[in-house]
Design a protein around this ligand. Structure first.
Ligand code: MN
Length: 136
């Protein structure tokens, strides 16, 4: 089954860039452009991985990630936080919110698909049987 990736990003140029880096892989790409849409979309679609811009309209990415982690459905879903923040301590703040990884902007088009592939393969090892039981 195709793995579903939710791209949460409010800047259309960045959305296109992220899509471009992932389009050669066999993923289903879903998109959300603000924090509330991200939560709705995640709840409805249960993506296998989320790429989360942290500066978003309505609800920022840290808050969205914290809310997702409160829901057992998303306790193990890999979340990659993406941000232009470069302040000291931000990395810690991002990881504290529940993100599993942190990438800074501008997006590195080689690094992103590698991190995505790596996290999806780790995820498959952690929860090999979970996928089919989630809806029981
Ligand atoms: Mn943004």
């Amino acid at each position: 089954m195709k793995e579903k990736i939710l791209i949460v990003e409010d800047n259309p140029q960045n959305v296109r860039l992220i899509e471009m880096t992932l389009k050669s892989k066999n993923y289903t790409l879903l998109k959300a452009t603000d924090g509330e849409e991200a939560l709705d979309m995640a709840t409805r679609e249960r993506p296998d991985l989320i790429i989360m811009d942290l500066r978003l309209p309505k609800m920022n990415g840290l808050e969205v990630t914290r809310k997702l982690r409160e829901n057992p459905t998303f306790s193990h879903t890999p979340v990659i936080g993406v941000t232009a923040y470069a302040m000291k301590g931000d990395r810690e703040k991002v990881l504290e919110s529940g993100c599993d990884a942190y990438l800074s902007k501008p997006i590195n088009t080689r690094e992103l698909p590698e991190v995505v592939a790596k996290m999806l393969s780790q995820q498959r090892k952690i929860t090999p049987d979970l996928k089919g039981d989630e809806f029981v």
